[in-house]
Design a protein around this ligand. Structure first.
Ligand code: NAP
Length: 340
């Protein structure tokens, strides 16, 4: 494969930052995409600090191996199958979560992501990147809302953490990318910018979803103690780049983007610090955004200035409701369905 390889750099900020995070005994943390990369580091870090880990991974040998690794480390972990390319699988995962989290869910980390994939539709008709990276996370968050509320009521707060990217920077969010228009969103022709525009739109959606959720839950559910936060890892040497290359990322543009990322990339431990701070920093406020400062630069996860765009946030909310079939984001009855 034509993917450039760079030695994984040593972690520079991980140990110091993790020491500032609290113990997590008695907390339940659900993480999408923790077979590798930042999600796996988060699972290991939170598990080592006493949390129970719910691994939301699509079925694979990688998912089984990641579960076994946590169990070998003495971490209380459970694997719930969740394929973010299928809304039906997300719905099944939410049902399973209600069964395995009777004490509620303290943190939902919407971490999983794919990057630079061809212009293909999922079985639900959506862009494969937008459905995996944003739409399914929108649906999942809505479906597990009662579990977040249960944790917030029992233990004072719960959090939703979304994982964006430096690649979010670019044109404003467009409704077409959020609809069932998969396979018809720029194509894969020369010079091959379409896949990167689709990724940009999906990562921008992660950040705007954070803000849209922050505003709407404050209005719909005042005082319930749930925080909506976001992070971006900075360029990180994870499994992501190889997957892009293996999915046909062989054009000059693809190679340039992957090379530029890996040339400056930091370790996955350092890349995970944004979601760790958003998830567990005791000072973190709802609506906060953590990550390295600057576009395409590695560095310690810091509190970043907000990037609000109310019109795009409103459009994202309406389109995401419509495409996922959610009628009222805050009124899914996952928990009560179980006890009914
Ligand atoms: N690495 C970077 O430089 C970088 C930069 C900016 C933002 N990010 C963001 O950081 C997040 C984590 O990425 P990473 O760098 O840690 O990459 P990674 O090592 O490739 O991890 C991505 C995770 O997402 C999972 N995933 C992919 N498709 C899925 C699906 N359909 N259903 C369920 N899980 C799925 C993968 O599971 P499988 O094993 O099943 O594929 C894997 O566990 C992503 O949201 C990414 O966009 C990364």
């Amino acid at each position: 494969m034509l993917i450039p390889t760079y030695p994984i750099p040593p972690s520079r900020h991980y140990q110091q930052t993790v020491q500032t995070l609290p113990r997590l005994d008695g907390r339940t943390i659900a993480i999408t995409g923790c077979t590798s990369g930042t999600g796996q580091v988060m699972a290991q870090t939170c598990g080592a600090r006493g949390a129970r880990i719910v691994m939301l991974n699509r079925p694979s040998a990688r998912a089984e191996e990641a579960l076994a690794a946590l169990e070998e480390a003495g971490i209380d972990a459970v694997l719930v199958p969740c394929d973010l390319q299928r809304f039906a699988s997300v719905r099944d995962a939410a049902e399973a979560l209600a069964q395995v989290c009777p004490e509620g869910l303290d943190v939902l980390c919407n971490n999983a992501g794919v990057m630079g994939l061809p212009d293909q539709a999922t079985a639900d008709g959506c862009d494969v990147q937008m459905q995996t990276n944003h739409l399914s996370h929108f649906l999942l968050t809505s479906l597990v809302w009662p579990l977040l509320e249960a944790a917030a009521e029992a233990r004072g707060e719960a959090r939703v953490v979304n994982h964006s990217s430096g690649a979010r920077r670019g044109p404003r969010l467009q409704a077409a990318y959020l609809g069932a228009n998969g396979g018809n969103l720029g194509g894969d022709g020369f010079p091959g910018l379409g896949k990167w525009r689709r990724y940009q739109q999906s990562k921008l959606a992660n950040l705007l979803f954070t803000y849209a959720l922050h505003d709407r839950m404050a209005a719909a559910r005042p005082g319930r103690g749930i925080k909506s936060l976001c992070a971006h890892p900075g360029p990180t040497n994870s499994g992501l780049q190889a997957k892009t290359a293996n999915a046909g990322g062989t054009r000059l543009l693809d190679q340039l983007i992957l090379w530029r990322t890996l040339r400056v990339a930091q370790s996955v431990e350092d890349g995970a610090l944004g979601i760790l701070r958003a998830g567990f920093d005791p000072e973190a406020q709802s609506g906060a955004f953590y990550g390295p400062i600057g576009r395409g630069k590695p560095g310690p996860a810091q509190l970043l200035p907000p990037e609000r765009d109310p019109a795009s946030e409103q459009m994202l909310w309406e389109m995401s409701l419509s495409t996922t079939g959610v009628t009222d984001f805050f009124e899914h009855q996952t928990v009560s369905r179980k006890s009914a």
